[in-house]
Design a protein around this ligand. Structure first.
Ligand code: WT7
Length: 656
């Protein structure tokens, strides 16, 4: 595979958009893109202020665009007031009440549609129910739900009453749910009895019960349960109530609570380089503006578009490109409960055909797994409705890019390889489909107003043809505002003193080619990207050592994986003798299940190796670079003479 990537890379193919596409594009041609970039360069605040006025409904207009008095705690439009739910729903009611807002396809293929008017009513009813339960402005509500119309209703209802939501991906464990409830100080959880994926039911409410049962969820008062699977779940009297019960008799309208543009719309937890996930806090006004602009610029959003982003709402991609972006633009979105390979590897293509999807946005890992499972599958379906393809979450290898381009896009559709992060809120670096020629494997150029650069360790631009650290040099409206409850960590992680606190450090390594195109290489910190999901090596390590019965010491590293991008490899020193043979297999399985319980199935190490010790420097620091080489099966070229026991390297090379 590596050889193929090399050869495609060296071809240096460039794909300009077709003249027909350029003609109809919202940003039409390079000159139009350049004009927007120039406007932002010339008058940064004027540029963002103009766009915020044009694209958002303000109940009270803002006077101040950007407040930089207390960096890096930037404020955007903060004396202006608005409501996110109003901007997503109410403002479409007069012009397009009967337009479909969401086309939902369940795991079993059942399709449900809801119009803007109906969605507005459902949101108002739940918002009224939340108010009746005493939930107010500023309260945090945790959402642990399946992909469903109801999860959108739940998020919008929170936004409507100015409660801050925190959606937790349905694959996270009870322990992870508990930690997030405690960290956010959540007063309520909205969940479902269960969810269906690939024909199997996965319980949700029992996980919430277990999480709360672990203790410490002191602020928690109410659990609202949407009935999805119909499985019987125990209900705790006084605390738990069914969704239907909660909304029964509630009015069809609910006045939105107007908030400052800086009001925290949501907190979303993501992994960092320590064992504790970070609660990334986003704003209302700046975030929503970013969502709308990227829908229009990157996805060339048109009133007739059917837009499908395959991410789960539990990730930022789902927040921005299933819920807030598409709804604020009045678009029809497709939402899918299941998995791409069920009932077969043609599911995505079948759904594109059935729902006449125009813009399709997915992850490289999904593309790679579909190439493997059914490379010819797309050919069986009519994909002529598609006009733009997108990718997100990790670098896309040129080989997968070319397949996406030819087999899915039929060489007609621009591919937008979008680089961004939970922290950036919205897309930052990507080709504009009707302007910027694409190159396989490159996210190309920053969006207008996004001052991205690549710098060396001292903060100086590296210039074309070189590699370095990806940074953003000016604040942007959709950026995170802080880490919930930990402003120091926010400052230290993203605006480190190394760069005088002036540069936003993304944590990615990148290079710039001769055309100024960005190529994102991957994380430079202890963060892994497994199937487009971010995981901290420290997080998995802490989970392993938390098993005090079995584990004495653990070190976790990543290694490239054809399907998942990166795979987790754990090196473990057990308490008692080092397990071998069948015993080692058994212990490895036990530890995998343990990690799934501690964090979630996505964090299970693919490979677990046992040693009597770990390679350490004289000062006792684990030599991770050495472990990375071992995990990759590379020849060890580092100096190992300082190791106390070089023989352990042989032990650690043995996989279970
Ligand atoms: C990390 C952010 C953005 C939503 C999904 C992931 C990697 C993301 C790309 C891309 C290369 C990418 C980066 C980034 N990443 N998109 N197009 N090309 N790498 O959000 O979990 O916050 O992860 O994903 O390493 O830092 P996230």
């Amino acid at each position: 595979m590596a050889a193929t990537i090399e050869s495609v890379l060296s071809e240096k193919r460039v794909f300009p958009p077709s003249p027909e596409f350029v003609k109809q594009a919202n940003v039409s041609g390079m000159a139009a893109y350049q004009a927007l970039c120039d406007e932002a360069e010339r008058d940064f605040e004027g540029f963002w202020g103009r766009l915020a006025k044009e694209h958002l409904h303000w109940s009270k207009p803002f006077n101040r665009v950007l407040d930089e008095a207390n960096p890096p705690f930037f404020k955007w439009f903060h004396d202006g007031e608005l409501n996110a739910s109003y901007n997503c729903l109410d403002r479409h009611l007069a012009s397009q009440p009967d337009k479909t807002a969401i086309i939902f396809e369940a795991d079993d293929g059942k399709v449900t549609k809801i119009t803007y008017k109906e969605l507005h009513r459902e949101v108002c009813r739940l918002a009224n129910a939340l108010k009746a339960l005493g939930i107010q402005r500023g309260d945090r509500v945790l959402i642990y739900m399946p992909m469903s119309i109801q999860v959108v209703v739940a998020m919008q209802a929170c936004a409507r009453i100015a409660a801050t939501h925190s959606v937790v991906f349905g694959g996270f464990s009870a322990k992870s749910v508990q930690e997030r409830i405690i960290d956010a100080g959540a007063v309520a959880v909205i969940t479902a009895d269960g969810q269906f994926r690939g024909g199997r039911e996965i319980p949700l409410k029992p996980v919430v019960d277990e999480a709360i049962g672990m203790g410490g969820c002191d602020a928690m008062r109410k659990v609202i349960v949407y009935k999805r699977s119909g499985s019987s779940v125990p209900m705790t009297a006084g605390r738990d109530l069914w969704w239907d019960e909660a909304v029964k008799g509630q009015g069809d309208t609910c006045d939105p609570v107007w908030v400052s543009a800086e009001h925290p719309l949501f907190i979303l937890y993501t992994s960092g380089s320590t064992g504790k996930p970070k609660g990334v806090q986003h704003s209302t006004g700046g975030y929503l503006l970013g969502c709308i602009l990227t829908m229009k610029w990157v996805f060339d959003n048109k009133p007739t578009d059917i837009f499908w982003c395959t991410a789960d709402v539990g990730w930022v991609t789902g927040h921005s490109y299933i819920v807030y972006g598409p709804l604020a633009c009045g678009t029809t979105v497709v939402m899918f409960e299941g998995v791409p390979t069920y009932p077969d590897a043609g599911r995505f293509w079948k759904m594109i055909q059935a729902h006449k999807v125009n813009v399709f946005y997915t992850a490289p890992t999904a593309i790679r797994s579909l190439i493997k499972a059914g490379p010819e599958e797309p050919k069986k379906y009519d994909l002529s409705s598609v006009r733009i393809l997108g990718t997100v979450g990790e670098p896309i290898n040129p080989e997968a890019w070319m397949w996406y381009h030819t087999t899915v896009g039929r060489e007609r559709c621009p591919i937008v390889d979008t680089w961004w992060q939970t922290e950036t809120g919205v897309i930052m670096i990507t080709p504009l489909p009707g302007a910027i020629p694409t190159k396989p494997g490159s996210a190309t150029l920053p969006l207008p107003g996004i001052m991205a650069d690549i710098v060396d360790e001292t903060g100086n631009s590296v210039g074309k043809g070189k590699g370095g650290l990806l940074v953003i040099k000016r604040p942007w409206p959709a950026m995170l505002r802080t880490i919930w409850g930990d402003p120091e960590r926010y400052k230290k992680t993203y605006f480190p003193d190394d760069f005088k606190g002036k540069l936003y450090l993304a944590g990615d390594g990148a290079s710039i080619d001769e055309d100024g195109y960005f190529r994102i290489v991957g994380r430079i910190d202890d963060v892994l990207n497994v199937s487009g999901h971010r995981l901290g090596t420290m997080e998995v390590e802490s989970a392993l050592v938390a098993n005090s019965k079995l584990v004495a010491e653990a070190a976790v590293v990543g290694r490239p994986d054809e399907l998942t991008g990166e795979a987790i490899v754990a090196f473990v020193v057990t308490k008692g003798p080092r397990p071998t043979g069948e015993e080692a297999k058994k212990v490895a399985q036990e530890l995998r299940d343990w990690v799934a319980k501690e964090i979630g199935a996505i964090a299970k190490p693919k490979d677990i190796r046992f040693g009597e010790n770990l390679p350490k420097t004289r000062s006792g620091k684990i030599m991770r670079r050495l472990l990375r080489s071992i995990a990759r099966g590379e020849e060890i070229t580092q100096d190992v003479t300082t190791l106390e026991n070089p023989a352990i390297l042989e032990q650690l090379k043995q996989s279970q």
